[in-house]
Design a protein around this ligand. Structure first.
Ligand code: FAD
Length: 540
């Protein structure tokens, strides 16, 4: 690897050693914190050795996981669709992070080359109950749908407030091909936030006209733990950053005087032992408040995943404690108060023969890695599967294949298994999938399916009011910032890696007084509303 080839980002105009004696404590080890640490070192001249990341889990990466093995089965909570028309902060970050697999290249470069080799173009985005790939020639809008969509598009966020998508669009809209594709691509439910849905329409306006082929999507070479998390972790390690895993932060001592908030100590359970870290004058604390994968649980071929809540995980407790009686610190309850509205379930399947992939290649017309989501649009569970390019793990043996799937409605009984998905074992999920594809069970005979229940997976999409999400650096905070999907930044959309990176960049730049420019949210069209209007009108 030749890091000198990677573009250098100009550093802050501040003195090189202004943070020499400061320490930074990052609570949570998701991509938000990892990127915050990079911004501190790369753009803020903060010594890596003075940064400590506290992570409650046993590995870093948070929601970007990629575990398991070929013997007992691989497991991923999710697979990411990325774009280059958006994701400005994320790609700017990865332009300066060396690849672990292609010497002399950045993660950005290797990912773009991969996407040029395997351009996505789905030919079977939707499959109906007759096992037919649906040719999408229309978004299915009626005149009423178009009028309502335009009204929602033209409403401002103050008007939309905490309304739901169903408050703006009539039942027929939720039966259109557009909704089937849009909701399963971005994991929206009809009862989610109208504000967030409108932000998505604006941010992803480019995807509107190619939603049936997913041609705008960019994929990583391997799963995102290997392709995105490990390169960041390696970079940070080489700069001396300290990682404390199995270390749950339970409380923050602080002072709040004359409108100034300052953290003075961190309490944690580190490897089972209670510890207290003093936060001195000049030190910084950056916290990941809330997580979409909090309280997630895995099942097996024989067992459904256990149903956990935040009481089991304690993942929201710290934010709840801090926000109590403090308006500027947001309102976690807006996001975590109804699992029935925020959960869904994914599953990862490990195969040891080519039968299933060969059948899917023939059925969809897509080589693995070029198709993306295949959604069984009439399925009770609203099930989708994705066959990524193989191998999906760097050390995956030849002859082993891995695919991922998810269902938006795991609380409904299946079409082929008379049980809600969230009560099903991996074996039962495979039988349901076989039913939709009308394949003989032998095709999936040696498969290992690991289900994963995520009670808060769409908690970021829950209807919210202004103020429910704190600002990255709340007013009056002297040494403390929030970075997560539950922090307010204008225009951008949650449930994206980009949002986590952008929030981290904003928080770090503000706390360290870095004056470099943060890539703006791309204004794809100066008259975005007009463009969207034209698109809505065009698609009948
Ligand atoms: C199934 C799925 C599909 C997705 N699809 C896409 C997609 O297609 N495109 C896309 O861009 N994004 C997608 N995402 C979203 C993306 O993965 C997330 O937005 C991003 O990874 C969130 O990162 P984060 O660092 O903000 O938070 P997290 O990954 O949630 O990390 C937070 C971390 O903080 C830790 N933590 C929290 N509290 C404490 C504490 N008190 N002490 C110690 N540690 C603590 C948690 O254990 C966790 O590791 C998807 C996510 C999932 C789960």
């Amino acid at each position: 690897m030749n890091p000198t080839k990677l573009p250098k980002t100009p550093r802050t105009s501040g003195p090189e050693n202004s943070h020499l004696h400061s320490k930074a404590y990052l609570i949570g080890g998701g991509i938000g914190s990892l990127s915050a640490a990079v911004f501190m070192i790369r753009d803020g001249n903060f010594p890596g050795d003075n940064i400590t990341i506290f992570e409650g889990a046993s590995v870093l990466g948070g929601s970007l996981d990629g575990g398991g093995n070929p013997e007992t089965g691989y497991s991923l909570r999710g697979g990411r669709m990325l774009t280059t028309d958006n994701y400005e902060c994320m790609w700017a970050l990865y332009k300066t992070i060396p690849s672990l697999h292609h010497a002399g290249k950045s993660v950005f470069e290797e990912t773009m080359e991969f996407n040029e080799t395997y351009p996505p173009h789905s030919m079977a985005r939707l499959v109906d109950s007759h096992r037919a790939a649906v040719r999408v020639t229309s978004m299915g809008f009626t005149m009423q749908d178009r009028i309502e969509l335009l009204k929602l598009n033209n409403a401002d966020e103050a008007t939309l407030a905490d309304s739901r998508i169903t408050d703006w669009l009539s039942p027929g809209f939720f039966q259109t091909p557009f909704w089937h594709m849009w909701s399963t691509t971005f994991a929206f439910q009809a009862w989610h936030s109208a504000v967030e849905f409108r932000r998505y329409l604006h941010r992803f306006v480019m995807e509107f006209s190619r939603i049936e082929t997913l041609a705008g999507v960019k994929r990583t070479i391997f799963n995102q733990y290997d392709s995105l998390v490990l390169p960041l972790q390696a970079w940070l390690k080489s700069h001396g950053v300290h990682f404390l895993t199995n270390c749950m932060v339970t409380d923050l001592d602080h002072t709040a005087k004359r409108g100034e908030f300052r953290v003075t100590a961190i309490h944690c359970i580190n490897q089972g032992k209670s510890e207290r870290t003093t936060v001195n004058e000049g030190d910084l604390v950056i916290m990941q408040n809330g997580s979409m994968t909090d309280a997630s649980s895995l099942g097996s071929m024989t067992d459904a995943p256990p149903k956990l809540t935040k009481d089991d995980s304690g993942g929201w407790t710290l934010w709840e404690k801090l926000a109590l009686g403090r308006k500027d610190f947001g309102n976690p309850r807006a996001f975590n108060n109804c699992i029935a509205q925020s959960s869904w379930e994914s599953f990862t399947v490990t195969l040891k023969n080519h039968g299933f992939f060969d059948m899917m290649t023939c059925f969809t017309g897509n080589e693995p890695g070029t198709g993306g989501l295949v959604t069984f649009k009439d399925s009770n569970w609203m099930m989708s599967i994705v066959l990524a390019h193989q191998p999906h793990y760097p050390k995956q043996p030849a002859g082993v294949q891995v695919f991922w799937g998810y269902s938006l409605f795991p609380d409904r009984v299946g079409d082929f298994i008379p049980k809600p998905m969230d009560e099903c074992s991996g074996e039962e999920i495979l039988r349901e999938l076989s039913g939709h594809l009308r394949i003989d069970p032998e095709t999936l005979e040696s498969a290992i399916c690991i289900p994963c229940l995520m009670p808060y997976i769409t908690s970021m999409f829950m209807p919210r009011l202004p103020g429910d999400r704190p600002l990255p650096v709340p007013p009056g905070s002297k040494n403390f910032a929030f970075i997560s999907q539950f922090v307010e930044i204008p225009e951008d959309v949650v449930f994206t890696v980009e949002y986590s990176v952008r929030v981290a960049q904003i928080a770090v730049y503000q706390l360290l007084g870095i004056t470099l420019k943060i890539p703006p949210v791309t204004p794809h069209d100066k008259s975005l509303a007009t463009q969207l209007e034209a698109l809505i009108k065009a698609f009948k």
